[in-house]
Design a protein around this ligand. Structure first.
Ligand code: ADP
Length: 494
């Protein structure tokens, strides 16, 4: 068990190494290897098959040659009466000649299983009873090939044509050395051919893989250029369809990044502008006081100082709103989700804003259709709802009203903030959620607006996977509605 575990560990280690290896990761090397294998493997297989067939054919033709010679010899033996003791020299020399011709050996056995002739002289006068010989005596010739000792063998009965009797047996062997020598030469030539082909295929596959990799290199160069700061809007690389779809996706990413960059730049310039405005007012106020010198009265000092304090408050609220917005811009992972009583939360907000409403003689009405508990980030949602109610109070008419309604179905809860205020012109309704957008800049500034309240509210709602909508009639009033899931839906980890 231990050993098997060890072997598995080694195998998986090797597998990891291969996976991590340069070959497994480099597409170019893979292409070269693939071309090499597809080029070389068929050559090796073809070589093997051709040589084997050649050997088979050569052996079988030698066998049939030998069989023919044995037949001729058999007739000669019968006609000369060699097997009946009439061992003429002419027959012997014929037998020797045949053995020489095939660089082999011929043994003649008579009907008593006695070797009457062996061209090697070893078996002469000895009795030979082998399976092949016995089979030959029953009239069945046989042949075989001994590839390790390089010879073919034919065992042929000597049959009397008249009596059909087997008078003896011829065993003839022929060397296949010359055949092997030819095969060796062929093999050597095939090997040289293989080496040449391998070199050619390597050269072609390197060229081919370079050609194939060219679009990839062009894309890399284009990306590197963009990274190096070249002002390039799109990557324009033509190539394979797959390559073009990667380039398309990259271009989409680029345009998204560009949009993000543009909006970041716009945001920074807006922020600087908004932060500079109160500073510029403060500078004007302070300069005027200095320029007045001795002429400035206490009342004037007081009035100017009050204005300066007002501008400081404005600067402060812009910075506070900006910080809230930055927090909202972070990922939803920063949400602190808890089950919250939304009725209680709304009542607390209304209680906090009551003095502001009283100051503007606005009637605050809370209409709760049902009790709602939901999984939300209380701080962020409070900020969103407060901004809506604060706006409804700020952009209202004296003696107006603000109605906050809370309702829920089985999936979402709904908070609507309706007011009897000045309303938002139709063309501005699409823009009110943009950062620093204000319908009437001077009016908003007068009442302490920063232009960030609705952007903050929208970010908070989106973080909760909810939706926010506005509907308004200029001069009559506005309604903001937010809809948020009762159960928090965590963003997928993708
Ligand atoms: P601000 O700090 O200026 O109030 P907001 O982002 O909260 O910024 O609102 C953007 C603009 O939308 C406001 O300047 C105002 O012109 C308009 N607005 C928002 N709420 C209301 C509302 N309830 N009634 C009328 N106009 C509104």
């Amino acid at each position: 068990m231990f050993r098997r575990d060890g072997v598995w560990a080694i195998i998986s280690k090797i597998r990891d190494l291969v996976r991590e290896s340069f070959i497994a990761k480099s597409l170019k090397l893979r292409i070269i290897l693939l071309l090499l294998l597809t080029g070389i493997i068929p050559v090796i297989i073809t070589r093997g098959v051709i040589l084997r067939n050649y050997e088979k054919n050569a052996v079988s033709s030698r066998n049939s040659d030998l069989s023919i010679q044995c037949n001729i010899l058999s007739n000669y033996l019968l006609s000369s009466g060699y097997l009946d003791g009439n061992m003429q020299d002419s027959v012997n020399s014929e037998i020797e000649q045949m053995a020489n011709l095939y660089d082999g050996r011929v043994i003649i056995i008579d009907r008593d299983f006695r070797a009457v002739k062996d061209t090697y002289g070893i078996y002469e006068s000895k009795t030979i009873i082998s399976e092949d010989v016995l089979r030959a005596f029953s009239g069945e010739p046989s042949n075989g090939y001994d590839s390790s000792n390089h010879y073919v063998e034919v065992v042929m009965p000597v049959v009397d044509a008249f009596s059909q009797e087997v008078n003896g047996v011829i065993i003839a062997c022929a060397s296949t050395d010359s055949l092997m020598a030819t095969i060796d030469v062929l093999r050597r030539q095939a090997f040289i051919l293989e080496v040449i082909m391998t070199i050619i295929i390597i050269a072609i596959s390197i060229m081919f893989s370079r050609l194939l990799m060219r679009p990839f290199n062009r894309v890399t160069q284009a990306i590197n250029k963009i990274e190096a700061g070249y002002e390039q809007e799109v990557i324009d690389v033509k190539g394979y369809t797959e390559m073009e779809s990667i380039v398309g996706a990259l271009n989409q990413l680029l345009s998204r990044m560009k949009k993000l960059d543009d909006s970041r730049q716009e945001f920074v310039s807006n922020v600087s502008h908004e932060l500079k405005t109160p500073l510029a007012s403060m500078k004007v106020l302070a300069d005027s006081l200095i320029n007045m010198g001795e002429d400035a009265t206490y009342e004037m000092y007081r009035e100017f100082m009050e204005d300066i304090t007002h501008e400081i408050d404005r600067e402060n609220s812009i910075i506070t709103d900006l910080l809230s917005l930055v927090k909202m811009d972070k990922t939803a992972g920063t949400l602190n989700i808890k089950e919250v009583d939304i009725n209680e939360m709304t009542e607390a907000i209304l209680k906090r804003l009551k003095p502001l409403a009283d100051l503007n003689s606005i009637d605050l009405i809370f209409e709760s259709i049902r009790q709602v508990r939901a999984e939300v980030d209380e701080v962020k949602l409070t900020l969103a709802v407060s901004n809506l109610i604060e706006n409804a109070i700020k952009y209202n008419n004296p003696n107006g009203w603000v109605r906050v309604m809370l309702d829920a179905d089985h999936q979402f809860f709904l908070i609507t903030v309706t007011d009897s205020g000045i309303g938002i012109p139709a063309e501005a309704q699409d823009h009110v959620f943009e950062r620093f957008y204000r319908v009437d800049k001077s009016h908003s500034r007068e009442i302490g607006g920063t232009g960030l309240g609705l952007a903050i509210a929208r970010s908070a709602v989106i973080m909760h996977r909810g939706a926010i909508k506005v509907s308004s009639l200029e001069g009559q009033g506005t309604e903001f509605a937010i809809r948020i899931p009762l159960t928090y839906i965590a963003p997928s980890s993708r």
